[in-house]
Design a protein around this ligand. Structure first.
Ligand SMILES: Cc1ncc(COP(=O)(O)O)c(C=O)c1O
Length: 393
């Protein structure tokens, strides 16, 4: 953001504050699109930032929703359900049934386990409806189905009246810069798809694919995105599978549109180290790959100052924990109480990943066990949608 924009913003808004720039968001999406083959369609992973999901609903063909909370938010925002990919572990029977019965044109559902597949199948059968399903292939962790389980489902249900198994979902993690690894994963999925054709005459119509693309957050990092996208496009071109590819991306779409502003509320020197306390904190800002606050993300000081007499500052948040350090030894000139630190590339996960709010899952009930041996509920389970839903403007 420009100094003029920051100035204007701070006249009418309190810190700490997130700003998400929808122009930047659109140009990011255009940039990614222009650098990928035509057959690749984007799927925005809403978990990265629910506040831009309405805009993404206008510009992306698909949105990946990983929890009932994300689903309800996107429905409330009026995004067409035909764009929804209902994904994620822990899809209960109740919510699955509700979705199947109430939504005729759901984009698709993913099955993360044999149990989930059966919940989907039974739900569709009960509603007497055929639903589109992607089977998630595991990349060797708690997500997705083992190869043999996935194959068994295909063998048994590929001609089912209730599920249209339209393809495979494969997501292997985030921020992976190694092209070699990427190639290995693409080759693996490609030959798995070929195997499905050979063994079961199963035609994969759609491959929903990730790792999320890398984002450079820190000073001194050099990631050549153009080269990366070029190499990735080449890998896709060389695949045996030439059907539709849906790319699940959150971070690399959303990161650059976000700015987080936090104000310095106190400064001091302890044991010869400079400390600045800000009104935000580690619960509001997360940079993937940040380790013990050692790396320096891109930060502007507002108001701007000459760079010539910079001192090193430890920037600490307002939480009562020694871990609440945002950046260690950040060079800043003539830092003063009331100054604002403007953190860039905070559009993905920062506003959402305060861990209790991540994925808009429910906060748990709290129960006291009294001295009389009785349980007393002192907080009911709390839906967190309220915190992650933008005002519907
Ligand atoms: C299944 C799935 N799809 C997409 C994403 C988005 O990844 P990223 O934000 O790194 O692009 C994630 C991230 O956790 C994920 O688990």
């Amino acid at each position: 953001m420009t100094a003029e924009q920051i100035n204007k913003l701070l006249k009418t808004h309190k810190t700490p504050l997130y700003v998400f720039d929808l122009n930047e968001l659109r140009s990011r999406v255009n940039y990614i699109r222009q650098n990928l083959p035509e057959r690749v369609k984007l799927c925005y992973a809403v978990k990265a930032n629910t506040f831009i999901s309405k805009e993404m609903g206008k510009i992306a063909p698909w949105l990946e929703l990983c929890s009932p909370g994300e689903y309800r938010i996107c429905k409330k925002l009026g995004i067409p359900t035909s764009k929804f990919v209902i994904s994620g572990v822990n899809k209960s029977e109740k919510i699955t049934q509700e979705m199947i019965e109430n939504v005729e044109d759901m984009g698709c559902y993913t099955a993360e386990s044999v149990n989930q597949f059966h919940i989907l199948y039974e739900g569709a059968k009960k509603a007497d409806r055929k639903i589109p399903v992607l089977l998630r292939l595991t990349s060797g962790n708690q997500f997705g189905l083992d190869e043999s389980d996935l194959e068994n489902i295909i063998a048994e249900y590929k001609d089912s009246d209730y599920v249209d198994i339209c393809g495979i979902q494969f997501f292997s993690g985030t921020q992976k810069t190694s092209l070699k690894k990427l190639q290995r994963e693409i080759s693996y999925v490609d030959s798995f798809i070929t195997g499905l054709k050979d063994k079961y005459s199963f035609n994969t119509q759609k491959l929903e694919f990730g790792g999320g693309f890398p984002v450079s957050y820190f000073e001194g990092e050099s990631f050549d995105e153009e080269e990366y996208l070029k190499a990735f496009s080449e890998m896709l071109k060389n695949m045996n599978y030439q059907g539709e590819i849906v790319l699940e991306l959150g971070r690399s779409i959303a990161a650059s549109c976000g700015t987080y502003l936090t104000r310095v509320v106190d400064i001091k020197q302890n044991h010869s180290e400079n400390y600045a306390i800000v009104d935000g904190g580690m619960h509001q800002i997360v940079y993937f790959g940040q380790f013990m606050a050692m790396k320096h993300p891109k930060i502007q000081l507002f108001p701007e100052r000459e760079d010539n007499d910079a001192q090193e500052w430890n920037i600490c948040g307002s939480l009562c924990t020694v871990n609440d350090i945002l950046v260690k030894r950040l060079p800043l000139s003539n830092l003063q109480i009331g100054d604002v630190l403007v953190f860039e590339k905070t559009g993905a996960y920062c506003a959402i990943e305060g861990i209790s709010l991540f994925l808009t899952r429910e906060l748990p009930e709290v129960v006291l066990l009294g001295t009389d041996g009785k349980f007393t509920s002192v907080r009911n389970p709390v839906e967190t949608e309220l915190f992650n839903t933008p005002n519907n403007i």
